[in-house]
Design a binder for this molecule. Structure first.
Ligand SMILES: Cc1cc2nc3c(=O)[nH]c(=O)nc-3n(C[C@H](O)[C@H](O)[C@H](O)COP(=O)(O)O)c2cc1C
Ligand code: SF4
Ligand code: FES
Length: 554
């Protein structure tokens, strides 16, 4: 039997074995029998062991599909999601999810019928007061502190139909770019100073150039809509409300780097985003925007949606490539980087959804005008997601250079009279900022100089009285549940650390043991997950350790 990779080298273009396995499992209401796995393995031409290992990796493939997903992301956890799940599962089938993208209205639930129930409606449902059908979702707040909105231009309302999108100017940047050469587009993006918004702030033009210059005919462009970091939801909102803006960004990427196939990878926790993107792609195909002659030019480009299957780490670009190829979503060793050897070994650009939506603004504005906005190190603006604790949660777009304090006070409205003890910025791999650090400008350069991770821009306000021991346990649980299992410091280290905090945090030796484990994770983990998730936990221990290690070990 061929290995999975070999299979894909000859069969890419067909439906991924992972999707075929998922479809087969969806028609079954129980775990597959050995004989059924054998049959399925034969159908997808894979070894039985591979099929079993794939099913065991992706939670959507082995967990109960009818269960209500109860978000246990940080914002929801702070809003009482654990107690909510305990209560709900007395009456209904539940399972934990890490972020459903409604962190501004936590706690949040997602039913098997794809209904999102949040905030007081979620609490009411648990109390048996309302059914999912009658519960209403409170509205999203989208604001802009930048001189003009770029990424959030169409995020506040539903621009998912082609007609509305076109009337708001979508695809005019594409038409403009198609009048010039791919080289001119590459140069424009390089000169704009655009940096990826997915977390690392890598220069987008450099990434595109490297991919474009790799030899070979076949290249891929992928929009990363996995948005796994609990606390971020801008990508969900863009894919739901501005799907044509995402398509335009991916088309521009494909044109610049010389790709003719695009994929939008979207987590299964975002069912509406998957649906809207699929509908928008079909509309764009019918209108000749996608296909063999994009807007009548000789550029050809197709896009498909690939749904995630319940793995946080699949947001990491190489794990995502493995998932699309039908493998377990484990991180690959780099180099080679995806721009050199990505999907099926071909040069591949993976860009965050928000990064891609910015590209049309760069084309329209011009590289130099775009580069003149923001700071010298970070051009343009960033959408920040304000979660639990803020008086006015929601999305706020700010020009790079705006301080964290301005965001907290002007956009977030503080904590409605309560004291914010610390700010969690950028999700679990982000940073913890005490009030004395809030004058730092939002900028990849200025923040990096101070060791601050902006991540994808989620913000959680930690109020006076926060249980930091519970927060520590929560992050370690997240790490333990979501580790891809490729390396020992992350997969086993997280289990050991979680056990320590859960059972022995009052023991004076716990702190030193924990810090020892963190050191091993940081030094020896393969990817940023194991290397950076310790950051906010270390800061919590440093500043609030006396409230965690209560028996004097702090
Ligand atoms: C554990 C892990 C999870 C990640 N999850 C995401 C994600 O959900 N969305 C995203 O855009 N990038 C995520 N990234 C970063 C991607 O690997 C990649 O750098 C990014 O999509 C590149 O896009 P950009 O250059 O536009 O930022 C993750 C990285 C790691 C290590
Ligand atoms: S650090 Fe964790 S998530 Fe990253 S490769 Fe290792 S086990 Fe996987
Ligand atoms: S919806 Fe719960 S943390 Fe995001």
């Amino acid at each position: 039997m061929k290995s999975l990779r070999r299979y894909w080298e000859t069969h890419h273009g067909e439906v991924s074995p992972l999707l075929r396995i998922r479809d087969r499992l969806q028609s079954k209401s129980h775990p597959l029998e050995a004989s059924e796995i054998r049959e399925l393995a034969g159908q997808v031409a894979l070894p039985e062991a591979t099929v079993k290992s794939v099913i065991s990796y992706y939670s959507d493939l082995h967990e109960d599909r009818e269960a209500i997903r109860v978000c246990q992301g940080t914002s929801c956890m702070l809003a009482g999601a654990e107690e909510l799940q305990q209560e709900l599962q007395k009456r209904k089938n539940c399972k934990a999810a890490y972020c459903l993208g409604y962190c501004d209205r936590s706690p949040t639930l997602l039913t098997a019928q794809d209904e999102v129930i949040c905030s007081q409606q979620a609490t009411a449902l648990v109390a048996g007061e309302k059914t999912p059908a009658t519960a209403e979702t409170p509205p999203l707040s989208v604001r802009c502190l930048a001189p003009e909105p770029t990424v959030t231009k169409r995020a506040g309302a539903n621009y998912s139909s082609l007609e509305k999108a076109r009337s708001a100017g979508v695809y005019s940047a594409l038409a403009q770019a198609l009048q010039s050469s791919p080289e001119e587009l590459l140069s424009l993006v390089e000169r704009s100073g655009e940096r990826g918004r997915g977390g690392a702030g890598f220069p987008t033009g450099t990434k595109w150039r490297r991919c474009a210059e790799c030899p070979g005919e076949t290249r891929y462009a992928i929009a990363n809509g996995d948005e796994g970091d609990p606390g971020s939801f801008i990508d969900r909102v863009l894919m739901e409300n501005d799907p044509h803006g995402v398509i335009e960004g991916l088309l521009l990427c494909g044109y610049g780097v010389g790709a003719s196939q695009g994929i939008v990878f979207i987590r299964s926790e975002y069912p509406t985003a998957i649906k809207r993107m699929q509908e928008a792609i079909a509309e764009a195909q019918d209108a000749g925007i996608l296909g063999s002659s994009v807007l009548g030019s000789n550029f050809s480009f197709e896009i498909s949606v690939f749904p995630g299957m319940g793995s946080y780490v699949c947001g990491e670009e190489t794990a995502m490539l493995n998932a699309i190829e039908g493998l377990r979503g484990e991180v690959r060793i780099k180099p080679p980087y995806p721009v050199e050897a990505g999907l099926y070994g071909k040069p591949t650009v993976v860009n965050n959804v928000e990064t891609l939506v910015n590209i049309s603004a760069i084309v329209k504005k011009g590289a130099e005008a775009y580069a003149a906005t923001g700071t010298a190190y970070s051009s343009g603006s960033k959408a920040l997601c304000l979660n639990h604790g803020f008086a006015s949660p929601g999305i706020v777009e700010v020009e790079f250079g705006t301080t964290v304090r301005q965001v907290i006070e002007e956009a977030g409205g503080g904590a409605g009279g309560k004291t914010i003890e610390a700010l969690l910025l950028g999700g679990p791999m982000g940073s913890l900022l005490l009030p004395e650090e809030w004058d730092v400008p939002i900028c990849y350069g200025a923040m990096a100089e101070r060791g601050i991770q902006l991540g994808h821009g989620g913000m959680v306000a930690l109020l006076e009285g926060t249980d930091y021991s519970a927060l520590l346990e929560h992050w370690l649980r997240f790490m333990m549940d979501e580790s891809c299992g490729k390396c020992v410091p992350c997969s086993l280290g997280s289990q050991k650390a979680w056990n320590l905090v859960r059972n022995q945090s009052a023991d004076p030796k716990c702190r030193a043991q924990l810090e020892g484990l963190f050191e091993v994770m940081e030094e020896a983990s393969l990817c940023a997950f194991g290397q950076y998730i310790t950051g906010p936990m270390r800061q919590i221990i440093e500043h609030f350790g006396d409230r965690i290690f209560t028996a004097g070990g702090g």
